[in-house]
Each structure stands twice: as structure tokens, then as C-alpha cells.
Design a binder for this molecule. Structure first.
Ligand SMILES: CC(C)(COP(=O)(O)OP(=O)(O)OC[C@H]1O[C@@H](n2cnc3c(N)ncnc32)[C@H](O)[C@@H]1OP(=O)(O)O)[C@@H](O)C(=O)NCCC(=O)NCCS
Length: 124
């Protein structure tokens, strides 16, 4: 099984964005990252596209948990995670570098996750 599945988001035969995954088969977890062209922001396209990937991860890969991370200042990305039914699990400060605004800055990474029906965390 592919442990780094990549998906393109296609609209009217044009690739407008992508979703990349990283699957840890042994631990039954997966992480996704995503990006869509600026002119397509704010139309709910990424939540729609990434929901398909999250559903696939739970149903076909039978993962226990799907995670996503974003810089704490990237409100748009965190909104996508919330729309995916994910909840915030933690905040990691000075966690490498990330692109915020016009340049690279020290990252404050926030991690979101959603558990699958086979998760054993006492919450599902
Ligand atoms: C983050 C991103 C994936 C959101 O995708 P999207 O298809 O625009 O998602 P939505 O339409 O649901 O919008 C999500 C949020 O983005 C923000 N947003 C929407 N339009 C925006 C715009 N024109 N400018 C800035 N932020 C905007 C809003 O906070 C919105 O939340 P709301 O619906 O509660 O108002 C997209 O902005 C993107 O690709 N950004 C650049 C790459 C990136 O940040 N990737 C994630 C790295 S962790």
C-alpha cells in the first residue's frame, strides 16, 4: 500500500490544488497536508476535497486516526480542519519554520485530529 498517497484537485479539467498524505500503517494513523490556488480560496473546495480523502482513509485504510497540522496563525487551514470534524490536540512552539504571510518564520504548529470508529482512545 502506498504510504505517501498524493491527490490532485481538478476543476474543469485544470489542476487547482493538491492533498498529500503520509500513512503510518503500523500505528494506523495518517496525516494530511493541502494547498489550493489563491483564486480558489473561500469557496469551500478544500473541505470538500479533503473530506473525500479523510473518508477514504477511514473506510479503505481503516485508520484509527487522521491528523493535520498548521501554523497557529494560519486560521484558514485550521478552519478546514474544523470543517473536517477534527479537534485541536496540541500546540508545538518553535517547531521548525513555516511560511506565514510573505516569508519564513518560526513555526508555532497546532495539531488537529479526528479518530476513526476503531480508535481506542476512550472518546469514540
Ligand atoms: C487553507 C486553504 C487550504 C483553505 O482552503 P479553502 O478551499 O479556501 O477552504 P474554505 O473555503 O473552507 O475556507 C477556509 C477558511 O479560509 C479562510 N479564507 C477563505 N477565503 C479566504 C481568502 N480569500 N483569504 C484568506 N483567507 C480566506 C477563512 O478563514 C475560511 O474560513 P470560513 O469559511 O470559516 O470563513 C487555502 O487557503 C490554501 O491552500 N492556503 C495556502 C496553503 C495552506 O495554507 N495550506 C495549509 C498548510 S497547513
Amino acid at each position: 500500500m502506498e504510504d505517501k498517497p498524493d491527490f490532485s484537485i481538478v476543476l474543469d479539467s485544470k489542476v487547482i490544488g493538491g492533498i498529500s498524505g503520509r500513512v503510518d500503517v503500523q500505528n494506523e494513523t495518517g496525516e494530511l497536508g493541502y494547498s489550493i490556488g489563491r483564486s480558489y480560496w473561500g469557496q469551500g473546495l478544500m473541505p470538500e476535497a479533503s473530506e473525500t480523502v479523510v473518508d477514504w482513509a477511514f473506510e479503505e485504510l481503516v485508520l484509527a486516526k487522521v491528523l493535520a497540522g498548521a501554523d497557529l496563525r494560519n486560521i484558514g487551514s485550521q478552519r478546514v480542519m474544523e470543517k473536517l470534524g477534527m479537534t485541536r490536540e496540541g500546540v508545538l512552539r518553535s517547531h521548525g519554520k513555516s511560511e506565514v504571510g510573505n516569508g519564513l518564520t518560526t513555526s508555532i504548529t497546532t495539531s488537529f485530529a479526528r479518530s476513526g470508529s476503531n480508535a481506542d482512545d476512550g472518546e469514540t
